[in-house]
Design a protein around this ligand. Structure first.
Ligand SMILES: [Zn+2]
Length: 131
């Protein structure tokens, strides 16, 4: 069994999105600011009225870690975890796959994909973008 993310009220839109092959970003319906991770109130204007937009699914590595230890259930190590600057201007953590650890570097362009675990869960994964 895969490690399942916490799906709370504030992030339902995100996980419904990954099941539809969409990377969704929360957007304030009052001022239009994008944010991730999701939260109940807009950090810019404080409004509670929120919706989402579908991101292009491309971004740039801002920083990363190569996780070699400790072991994670059902995961082959090392795992590449990157902090990714999306082209929409928000930052999120993502797992980078199909890439050798020594190829991962700051500034690398990435493209999101979706790893479907079962009928109820798909996890976003990131791969090196086609040049
Ligand atoms: Zn706002």
């Amino acid at each position: 069994m895969a490690v399942r993310p916490m799906v709370g009220l504030d992030s339902t839109y995100f996980w419904e999105g990954t099941l539809a092959d969409q990377l969704r970003l929360q957007r304030c319906n009052n001022c239009g600011a994008l944010r991730h991770p999701p939260g109940p109130a807009c950090p810019d204007c404080g409004a509670l009225d929120r919706g989402f937009v579908v991101a292009a699914g491309t971004g740039t590595v801002f920083s990363f870690v190569v996780h070699r230890h400790p072991p994670i259930p059902d995961k082959e190590l090392p795992i590449l975890l990157a902090l990714i600057d999306l082209d929409e201007g928000v930052r999120m953590v993502g797992e980078v796959v199909d890439l050798a650890p020594e190829e991962l570097r700051i500034g690398l362009r990435l493209q999101v994909g979706f790893n479907r675990i079962d009928d109820e869960l798909a996890l976003p994964v990131w791969r090196k973008a086609e040049a």
